[in-house]
Design a protein around this ligand. Sequence first.
Ligand SMILES: [Zn+2]
Length: 184
Amino acid sequence: MATPVGHGLVGVAAYLLVRGGAPSRSGGVALLAACVVLANLPDLDLLFPILLGEGLNPAYHRAATHTGAFALLVGALCAVGALIRRPCEARRGVLIGLGAFGLVASHLALDLLTHDNRAPYGVPLWWPLDGAYVIAGWTPFLPTRHGSLSALLSAGNLMAVVWDALLMSPIVLACYLWSRRGRA
Ligand SMILES: [Zn+2]
């Protein structure tokens, strides 16, 4: 899996793209936070063993929340939530749902592009239609360890954070420049 920094920077890039074309700039912090949270949402499965009193057991990681079905579910729930809040703005609700789907799907895409040294490799992208784990042939993102506190704070994980920031920075910069286009 890519690090929360790598996933979060995808959220920042999405925020810049959305805000750059938006007529109103109100609610920016809430939208930025929502984008970053949605881009990291599948890794909530790391909290499952903690809630179950099993510490940092990685056995629950990269399962149901790392599937296309989960991305579809989150997108649908966000769309329904937006439509309930503003029933007369159907187009807005659909766009919010698509955005939420895209951000969760971006998480799966980055994890597919992450070097994995623990079987099963990759994510169960097509579950429940197909339970096979899939991973890209090109994996530029570094793997991370999260089985213990010392693993979380390891030099390898720190290196992965820095590497993710380096890989994602050009994309965020491009989105920032796009969002500033036409402004003196
Ligand atoms: Zn993940």
